[in-house]
Design a protein around this ligand. Structure first.
Ligand code: SF4
Ligand code: SF4
Ligand code: FES
Length: 234
C-alpha cells in the first residue's frame, strides 16, 4: 500500500510555515503514522515527493506505545497520537500538522509547557498524606491514565494557554485529588477546581471521545462537579 504524507512544518527559530510531502509504502496493515515518520527519517538521502533533498521531519516520540503523549499532533485535522493512528485509516493521503493551541517549535513539535505551568499554578498536590476513598478506586484509576498530551485542549472551545480556564488536562488530575482529599485540604482543592475548571467550562463536551488514553472525561467531570461544586457525596 502507498500513502502520501503532507506535513505542515517550519524550521527552528523561523516563523514561515511550509508543506512538505513524502511518499511511503507499507505492507503491514497495522503500520502507524509514527512508523512512517521513523522510516522516512531513516532514508539516505532523504528526498521529498519531488525528489528534492529534504531535512528530517521534526517530531517528538518516546514510547511508541500510547503511553507518553509526546507524539500528539493533528492528523487530518483531528488531534491524535501518531503511534496510535493507523495509515490504513487514511487511504491515499494524510495531512499532519502540529497542535494549534501551543506554540509550534519546529515541524510537528509544539511547546506544551503551558499544560505543566497550569498544573503548577493550580498547586496540584496535597500537603499531607492522601487517604483515597475505596469507593472511588475506579475514578482514581481512570484519572491516572492521563498522558498530558493536550488532545482534549485542542478541541476545547474555551481553552487557550495563559487563560484562567485550565481545561480537561487539569480537571482530570484534579479529579484524583478530589477523590483523595482530606477534610483539611478540601476547601483549597474544591475552590481550585471551581475557579480553574468549573467556572470556565461550557459543558459542550467537545472533549468527549477524543482522549487517546480512553479517559471518560464526562464521567470524571460529573463526579468532580458533584463533589467539589455541589458538595454531594457520590
Ligand atoms: S485527558 Fe486525555 S486527551 Fe486530555 S491530556 Fe489527558 S490523556 Fe490527553
Ligand atoms: S466540556 Fe467543553 S468546555 Fe468543558 S473541558 Fe470539555 S470541551 Fe472544554
Ligand atoms: S510516542 Fe509515546 S504516546 Fe506516541
Amino acid at each position: 500500500m502507498k500513502i502520501r504524507l503532507d506535513i505542515l512544518g517550519k524550521k527552528y527559530n523561523e516563523d514561515k510555515q511550509y508543506i512538505r510531502s513524502f511518499e511511503y509504502e507499507y505492507s503491514d496493515a497495522g503500520a502507524t503514522v509514527a512508523a512512517a515518520l521513523c522510516d522516512i527519517n531513516k532514508r539516505e538521502p532523504l528526498l521529498d515527493i519531488n525528489k528534492e533533498p529534504s531535512e528530517p521531519i521534526r517530531w517528538e516520540c518516546s514510547c511508541l506505545q500510547k503511553k507518553c503523549g509526546a507524539c500528539a499532533m493533528l492528523i487530518n485535522g483531528r488531534p491524535r497520537l501518531a503511534c496510535d493512528a493507523k495509515l490504513s485509516e487514511y487511504g491515499e493521503a494524510v495531512s499532519l500538522a502540529p497542535l494549534k493551541k501551543f506554540p509550534q517549535v519546529a515541524d510537528l513539535i509544539v511547546d506544551r509547557q503551558p499544560i505543566f505551568d497550569n498544573l503548577r499554578q493550580i498547586e496540584l498536590w496535597l500537603g499531607e498524606k492522601a487517604q483515597p476513598d475505596e469507593k472511588r478506586t475506579q475514578l482514581i484509576h481512570e484519572a491516572s491514565r492521563c498522558l498530558q498530551c493536550g488532545c482534549c485542549l485542542e478541541v476545547c472551545p474555551n481553552f487557550y494557554p495563559g487563560g484562567d480556564f485550565k481545561g480537561m488536562a487539569a480537571a482530570v488530575p484534579l479529579s484524583r485529588l478530589i477523590s483523595a482529599v482530606s477534610d483539611t485540604e478540601k476547601k483549597r482543592i474544591f475552590a481550585e477546581y471551581e475557579k480553574y475548571f468549573y467556572a470556565g467550562c461550557g459543558k459542550s463536551l467537545s472533549c468527549k471521545d477524543i482522549c487517546p488514553a480512553g479517559i471518560d472525561t464526562e464521567y470524571l467531570m460529573v463526579n468532580s462537579n458533584a463533589a467539589a461544586v455541589w458538595k454531594r457525596k457520590r
